[in-house]
Design a protein around this ligand. Structure first.
Ligand code: DUC
Ligand code: ZN
Ligand code: ZN
Length: 461
């Protein structure tokens, strides 16, 4: 099956040009001057539209066990929602429970995902139990295509790792070339602030934000950077939300250290004021790190322009308001942490393009090309070029849409962006040469998506 995408503007991390794209089977066969390609089974007219490499969301939590419940999107519903929003690859987190092995965890996550994904997917590994066996198993994970390991400086008693454990895992990463991903918040100090707030009777969702101050993200980020420096491990700070944390990353990068960071749309578009919404509505906005006052968002946009922030992912971790977020009525510490977002990342970042925060090429770079390179998927993913997988999004930059739980495809009963009228919409999503979404209709199916064994971080020399 061959498809010609004609008349569009092909956008890459380095430029935007009028070009036609020929897809043959699962791969891109050619990118050529308009009107120069022919002989195909199907033609898609992309006149007036962007032709983008499919979005790559390197931070999702489908079916994640958290706070006594599970993230509401399965690999099936979450990857279908991703496809509607122009994301054609996710990298999700396998979660090691304490006392279990990394390889057993990986098997478990394959059981959840294999045969159920509508788009291609890979895994990172969350390491919550550092010991001699798991340190050795990190090497085996790499051999199985899992080349990045997330650790937590937050959530004592659950995922938390001590500085000593982090140091050991980083030493192993320095030896085997993998990347340590860090949730950088000082969980020990935060837990004291949380207990004090609950003790005072300050139990509303807003206190989730007020007990996780930006200074404690900045401090943890600096500490992670120093540990990475001592060990020589590459470090990737996940879901960076605070200006203090960005300053620490910027300093390390300026000094030439292999430190990278991502942020997420919720930190660019939402603020602490959302956590203060009345009637427990603020619970919809509980995630960690928390939403911040607006000035942090301005710093994050600047960081995206200067490349101190290299990637935008979603940290998609949806919990329904009814029955899940409600677990925390009367105690914000019991609200499951996480927000839905996998469907809206490309659209929200496009608002950044329209507002002049980033260029159209930077949009593609932070949402597709850099994630592919950072997590060892390039050039199979992240670029429209001959030989790459035909993961392609045809994007109408002038369409108007209204975001709403009534119309989104994520398996969650609210939208964090309910009623937002935005400009731009996915017209067609192709995954490995197959049209999976077109004109708002699903044509793909769970089981189409393949597991992606990944190489090491391609930014390392
Ligand atoms: N943060 C969240 O908000 N949810 C899941 C895990 C995390 O680190
Ligand atoms: Zn995290
Ligand atoms: Zn996360």
């Amino acid at each position: 099956m061959s498809i010609l995408i004609k008349g569009g503007t092909v956008v890459s991390a380095t430029g935007a040009v009028a070009a036609d794209v020929l897809v043959d089977g699962e791969a891109i066969a050619a990118v050529a001057a308009p009107g120069t390609l022919s002989v195909v089974d199907e033609v898609i007219d992309a006149t007036g539209k962007y032709v983008l490499p499919g979005g790559i969301d390197v931070h999702t939590h489908m079916e994640m066990p958290f706070g006594g419940t599970f993230a509401a999107d399965t690999f099936e519903t979450g990857t279908v929602a991703a496809a509607f929003g122009g994301t054609t690859t996710i990298v999700d987190f396998a979660v090691q429970a304490k006392g279990t092995s990394l390889l057993g965890t990986l098997d478990k996550w394959h059981e959840k995902a294999d045969g159920n994904c509508a788009i291609d997917y890979g895994f990172h590994m969350i390491v919550s139990d550092v010991n001699d066996t798991t340190l050795k198993e990190m090497d085996a994970c790499i051999a199985n295509g899992v080349t990045s390991f997330k650790m937590f400086m937050a959530y004592p008693g659950v995922f938390y790792a001590t500085d000593g454990e982090i140091l050991l895992a980083m030493q192993q990463a320095a030896r085997n070339g993998s990347t340590i991903m860090m949730h950088a918040e000082n969980g020990i100090a935060i837990d004291q602030l949380v207990a004090q707030a609950i003790g005072r009777g300050d139990t509303a969702p807003l206190y989730h934000g007020l007990t996780r101050p930006p200074e404690l993200e900045g401090e943890a980020t600096s500490r992670a950077i120093q540990l990475a420096k001592v060990t020589g491990a590459p470090l990737y700070i996940v879901h960076l939300s605070a200006a203090q944390a960005l300053a620490a990353v910027t300093e390390a990068r300026d000094a030439g250290q292999n430190v990278f960071a991502e942020t997420c749309p919720q930190y660019l578009f939402l603020t602490l004021e959302d956590l203060a919404r009345p009637e427990f509505e603020g619970a919809k906005y509980v995630c960690s790190p928390p939403l911040r006052p607006a000035e942090h968002g301005a710093a994050l946009w600047r960081g995206l322009r200067t490349n101190d922030l290299s990637v935008v992912s979603t940290d998609h971790c949806p919990f329904c308001f009814k029955g899940q977020k409600e677990l925390g009525i009367g105690d914000f510490a019991k609200i499951p942490n996480g927000m839905p977002g996998v469907e809206h990342r490309m659209d929200l970042l496009h608002q950044g393009v329209l507002r002049g925060e980033i260029t159209v090429t930077r949009w593609v770079e932070i949402a597709s090309t850099t994630p592919a390179r950072m997590f060892g998927l390039y050039p199979r993913k992240g670029v429209i070029a001959a030989g790459s997988d035909a993961d392609i999004v045809i994007y109408d930059p002038a369409a108007i849409q209204t975001l709403s739980a009534a119309t989104h495809h994520m398996n969650v009963d609210y939208s964090a962006y309910e009623g937002w009228e935005i400009t731009g919409r996915v017209d067609v999503t192709l995954s490995r040469g197959r049209v999976v979404v077109s004109g708002g209709v699903l044509h793909g199916s769970p089981g189409h998506g393949k597991f992606l064994p990944r190489d090491l971080n391609q930014y390392l020399v």
